[in-house]
Design a protein around this ligand. Structure first.
Ligand SMILES: NC(=O)c1ccc[n+]([C@@H]2O[C@H](COP(=O)([O-])OP(=O)(O)OC[C@H]3O[C@@H](n4cnc5c(N)ncnc54)[C@H](OP(=O)(O)O)[C@@H]3O)[C@@H](O)[C@H]2O)c1
Length: 231
């Protein structure tokens, strides 16, 4: 199970029953990421959607203790136990605060869009920076030009950058800060070698077997370096 959320710099997510901010690019990302997957949400979050209607193209699994609450096109669960029996592994927890708090322990990944501003907020997502069991990474993509120096100010455990953004300078700066840097989505074996030569810590690819082979070959030639692979 995964969670997806937009937070401000204090991990605030909502105020007065609505989201702290709506960003068109993030709404698109949310739609693309969750489309086709079941979504798990609380009754109050459903009320924030246009017309209070469930999201299209996704099974909406809604928590409510109200036995009379029966929105069209959604399944309603009176408690976590009945929800968890029914929720498939590829479900996304999409809020709000009470549901994130209740189900975070069931999630292996949280897709967090962090807006580096503080908004008035009356509810929060759990602060993952204070949860040592969560490894917090920044994913940089869809940026033209180089990443700015400001990226280093965000407390992170690793940096993941899309191919177009990988430079020797970036990898060197990350390594100087002791931060692993991963590159995605790498499909081409020649490029996989090139990034490993640059010193990236791992490759993220839809071809994990090819990436694993390249890493194994690279490790044989440089037995002192360790690399990781994830899909
Ligand atoms: N920034 C983001 O990405 C994001 C995403 C989603 C939501 N939000 C914000 O989060 C806020 C809403 O969060 P919230 O915590 O107030 O409300 P919520 O989690 O959306 O919904 C709470 C309701 O869900 C039901 N519920 C929760 N836990 C349950 C359980 N264990 N068993 C049965 N029912 C349960 C109850 O419904 P009944 O009262 O009907 O029993 C409860 O009142 C809003 O401001 C919203 O905009 C932000």
């Amino acid at each position: 199970m995964k969670a997806i959320v937009l937070v401000d710099e204090n991990w605030g997510i909502g105020n007065g029953g609505d989201q702290v901010i709506y960003i068109p690019g993030d709404l698109k990302y949310f739609r693309e990421t969750t489309m086709g997957h079941p979504v798990i949400l609380g009754r109050k979050t459903l009320a924030t959607f246009p017309g209070g209607r469930p999201l299209k193209g996704r099974n909406n699994l809604i928590l409510s203790r109200n036995p009379d609450f029966a929105p069209e096109g959604a399944e309603v669960f009176p408690d976590l136990e009945s929800l968890l029996k029914r929720a498939p592994e590829d479900s996304f927890v999409i809020g709000g605060a009470s549901v994130y708090a209740a189900l975070l322990d069931c999630c292996d990944t949280a897709y967090v869009t962090k807006v580096h501003r503080a908004f008035p907020a009356d509810c929060c997502f759990p602060n993952l920076d204070r949860h040592p069991e969560w490894w917090v990474g920044y994913c940089a993509y869809s940026i033209s030009g180089d990443l700015t120096e400001s990226v280093w100010q965000y407390g992170m455990d690793f940096l993941a950058v899309e191919e177009l953004l990988v430079t020797n300078r970036l990898v060197t700066q990350a390594r100087e800060r002791g931060l692993p840097v991963y590159v995605w989505s790498v499909y081409d074996e020649e490029r996989m070698q090139q990034y490993l030569e640059m010193g990236v810590s791992g490759l993220i690819s839809d071809y994990p077997d090819a990436a694993a082979q390249e890493i194994a070959d690279f490790r044989r030639s440089r037995p002192h370096t360790q690399y990781q692979i994830s899909r």
